[in-house]
Design a protein around this ligand. Structure first.
Ligand code: PMP
Ligand code: GLU
Length: 395
């Protein structure tokens, strides 16, 4: 352990996804021609309705400390929104806690639910921050490898085999980094497994609206109440609403847990940015914004189709997960002369000027993640470079 650092940070590493974006920016500032398909951040501006609501809130003086658990306007809009997405099921606004991005919601949930030494199962590949957040709660993340024949998803059998005594499970669907989506039946099976074993589930549904099937992606909120007694659903506006910089996320939890999470953040952030909460309330509470979201999702779908078809046609030997949601494409590079994801990405950025994220960041370095949340022109140019680079490596 580094001298002088608290044991709280003994496992801490900087987020690889954020580090790669910064590296791409640094190279661009130094005059290099680098295309960044590393960052998982929509290239679209925030739609005008939430943007104006945020500006209005500032002008109207909503600039004092907010309600610690989040302003009622936002919690009510979020409750109605989540209810509509799940066929009208009742959602209690008092069980929603608003935080500074869903990253903080995940942190609050882990810190509230897990303690020293407790085992938290994380299906892998997994978003880079999950194991780190679990470590910060002094709990023990255990990665459970997904099945390559099944979009790298895990089944209850996998969970029982690897983590029979787990206290928690963090599940991401649609998944960052694979784009895989759990079906309603698979979510139910996991919820039933968790209930039987007394496991707390943190369901990260931040990409729920970015789904290429019909309607929003299947959710834990589509399940009956008795399967939700130990489930915290995490949602947010960063991705589907193109609001990453506003830093608003939320969690829906059973009442006692929601109150504990709010108490926790009363000592950390005093609640999320006040005017940004009005922007998020407008995003979730205004029908017209849903049209903006649908347009952005349609554009993500076109980009996904472009990436998939070019890989199929031009790099037919490369395996990848069929992306059904989110905006990531996860492909395997070890068939290219045994290259690791890290080696592939390091050489690609220096030799061909494209930033991607090595699978090591997500627990499997046979793979590489490409984010297609970027302008189509950049994606086309980046694909030209990736194809040429991969062909050369494979020769
Ligand atoms: N969960 C997943 C799976 C993500 O990819 C991200 C992206 N940063 C987050 C949570 C956190 O998003 P935010 O804090 O911007 O709401
Ligand atoms: N979630 C995005 C990603 O995976 C943004 C960066 C981050 O928060 O890690 O790239």
């Amino acid at each position: 352990m580094t001298q002088g650092l608290s044991p709280n940070l003994q496992h801490l590493e900087t987020s690889a996804t954020i580090a790669i974006s910064q590296e791409a920016k640094r190279r661009r500032a130094a005059g290099e021609d680098v295309i960044d398909l590393g960052a998982g951040e929509p290239d679209f501006p925030t739609p005008p309705i939430p943007a104006d609501a945020g500006i209005r809130a500032v002008k109207e003086g909503k600039t004092h400390y907010p309600a610690n658990e989040g302003i009622l306007e936002l919690r009510a809009a979020a409750a109605k929104h989540l209810s509509l997405l799940s066929g009208g099921r009742p959602v209690n606004a008092d069980h929603i806690v608003v935080s500074s991005g869903s990253k903080q919601s995940l942190f609050n949930a882990c810190f509230t639910l897990f303690g020293p030494g407790e085992v938290v199962a994380i299906p892998a590949p997994a978003w880079v921050s999950y194991p780190q957040i679990v470590h910060l709660a002094r709990a023990r993340p255990v990665l459970v490898s997904g099945d390559p024949e099944w979009s790298l998803k895990v089944s209850v059998k996998d969970l029982d085999r690897v983590v029979p005594g787990a206290q928690g499970l963090m599940l991401c669907s649609p998944c960052n980094p694979t784009g895989g989506v759990y079906t309603q039946g698979e979510i139910r099976a996991i919820a039933e497994w968790a209930r039987k074993r007394g496991v707390w589930v943190i369901a990260d549904e931040i990409y729920r609206r970015i789904h290429y099937g019909t309607g929003p992606a299947p959710s834990f909120l589509d399940l009956p109440d008795e399967l939700l007694e130990r489930v915290v659903v995490v949602y947010g506006v960063s991705k589907a609403y193109a609001m990453t910089g506003w830093r608003i996320g939320l969690a829906l939890a059973p009442g006692t847990i929601a109150r504990a999470m709010a108490a926790l953040q009363s000592h950390t952030t005093t609640g999320a940015n006040h005017p940004a909460q009005y922007a998020a309330a407008a995003a979730l509470g205004d029908e017209r914004v849903e049209h903006d979201v649908s347009r952005m999702v349609a554009e993500f779908r076109r980009r996904r189709d472009l990436v998939v078809s070019r890989f199929r046609q031009e790099l037919p030997g490369i395996e990848f997960v069929e992306p059904l949601g989110a905006f990531y494409f996860f492909f395997r590079v070890d068939s290219l002369g045994g290259t690791s994801g890290t080696e592939f990405c390091t050489r690609l950025i220096t030799q061909s000027g494209v930033a991607l994220v090595p699978g090591a960041a997500f627990g499997d370095d046979r793979y590489v993640r490409l984010s297609y949340a970027a302008a189509t022109d950049s994606i086309v140019q980046a694909l030209d470079r990736i194809v040429a680079f991969a062909k050369k490596l494979g020769d």
